[in-house]
Design a protein around this ligand. Structure first.
Ligand code: SF4
Length: 422
């Protein structure tokens, strides 16, 4: 058997695509092995969302190239967003057999036979490449990519240059993939994309996808991954609030609470809009788990800009924060802006936001406990006689009821544990 090892960095969309890459290798001829093990083909599915992920991508590529030094027959394949933007830098790292663009990456098994295939300029991509995946190895929940690319140009973001214009799977493909996941035993689906809220197939949008998943026999739960604020419409919230398989968990990029910073970021909302959005989410889902992305240290962000960010988040009833120090991405508008902030200032703002996020999480967990909010989730494993799962309210749960991995667990929390609720 030919051994294939795939390393994946970045988002859920990349994880889904790595599963599709794996599905392209005929199981009669190939076996999947861990990236730490000896393999005949190493695939690195890279990410370029920050300077740090570029660094990690190069390290994984070097690891594969190092193995090739002792066994020249090894094939090293690189794909993903860092490869899409910096294939020249990757070629300088060593003897790479194939660099596959983001549009063709799911056909790597075929492309290995013809490595001289053209490298697509992703800005010209128009179609959504659907390659069905049978299951998500090593995941109890299935990440399902239904959308790719983004037509926006937020000043700090390199993603559109790595993913191309927005494009969506056909509605029938979405249902086909969901049925395959359920047939393979997945009881929860996490819908994903580069800008998921832009999903569209003619008249059909996310609301119709959600309605179809609600009707899908065998599926217990589904949730949305990150949703841009302006894509969470009142109609969509209305539709979702009628669907009991939907997990009341919303991950929403705020990025800043300062209106002047939001304007310079090119974000299509201000702090007042954002407050209204969170209020409408909590009206539809009073105990919703709302998580926010926030960037600390955007160029020109003064102390007077930073305070409104802290104040806004303090005011909002959210469950957690993901905090990112501003990372200068080549080719983006923000990379050319003056008043780039020194690292210590960024680090201090990250520290303040991170501790605020921790306080918010603790407060949210206590609220779920005090209100005895029933939790559901797909069992991942059993620990000390407890079935553990990531609940529909994005809090880890430990249920005394025995459940096999992949089965639905239910829990009305009684006690607050260090890292979860029991
Ligand atoms: S919406 Fe903005 S932040 Fe999100 S992928 Fe598009 S450009 Fe990047």
């Amino acid at each position: 058997m030919i051994r294939v090892a795939i390393a994946t960095l970045g988002c859920k969309t990349n994880s889904y695509e790595s599963a599709a890459i794996a599905a392209g290798f005929d199981p009669a001829l190939y076996e999947l092995v861990d990236f730490e093990q000896e393999a005949d083909i190493y695939v690195v599915n890279t990410c370029t969302v920050t300077g740090r992920t570029d660094f990690k991508s190069r390290n994984l590529i070097r690891k594969a190239l190092w193995r090739k030094q002792s066994n020249p027959s090894i094939k090293v394949v690189v794909t993903g967003c860092y490869a899409q933007r910096h294939s020249d830098q990757i070629r300088e790292l060593g003897d790479i057999d194939l660099i596959a663009d983001n549009q063709a990456k799911q056909d790597i098994a075929l492309l290995l036979a013809r490595p001289d295939t053209d490298f697509t300029d992703i800005t010209t991509a128009r179609d959504f490449r659907y390659r069905p995946v049978s299951r998500m190895p090593g995941h109890s929940r299935a990440f399902q990519k239904i959308q790719d690319g983004c037509d926006r140009r937020c000043a700090y973001c390199a993603v559109p240059y790595a993913r191309g214009p927005a494009r969506s799977a056909a509605f029938a493909e979405v249902l086909d993939q969901a049925r395959r996941f359920v047939a393979a035993g997945h009881r929860e689906i996490v819908l994903g994309g580069v800008n998921l809220g832009l999903y569209r197939d003619g008249e059909l949008g996310l609301a119709e996808v959600a309605g179809a998943l609600q009707q899908l026999p065998g599926l217990e739960l589904f949730r949305l991954s990150s949703m841009e604020p302006d894509c969470l419409s009142a109609d969509l919230l209305d539709c979702l609030s009628d669907l009991d398989k939907f997990c009341p968990h919303f991950h929403i990029p705020l990025q800043s609470g300062s209106d002047s910073v939001l304007r310079r970021m090119g974000r299509p909302y201000d702090s007042a809009d954002f407050r209204r959005l969170i209020a409408s989410v909590l009206k539809a889902f009073p105990d919703a788990a709302i998580g926010l992305d926030v960037i600390a240290g955007f160029p020109g962000e003064t102390e007077a800009d930073f305070v409104p960010t802290l104040d806004l988040i303090k005011d909002l009833d959210i469950a957690y924060l993901h905090v990112f120090p501003f990372s200068r991405r080549p080719g983006t508008l923000a990379a050319t802006m003056d008043k780039q902030l020194p690292r210590p200032v960024k680090e201090e703002r990250v520290r303040l936001l991170t501790s605020l996020g921790a306080a918010k999480k603790e407060r949210y967990r206590r609220r779920l406990l005090e209100r005895a909010v029933p939790l559901r989730g797909i069992c991942e494993k059993t620990v000390g006689g407890y079935s553990t799962f990531l609940s529909d309210h994005y809090i880890r749960g430990y249920s005394p009821e025995a459940a096999r991995p992949g089965e639905l667990c239910r829990l009305t929390p009684r006690v607050l544990y260090r890292d979860g609720l029991r």
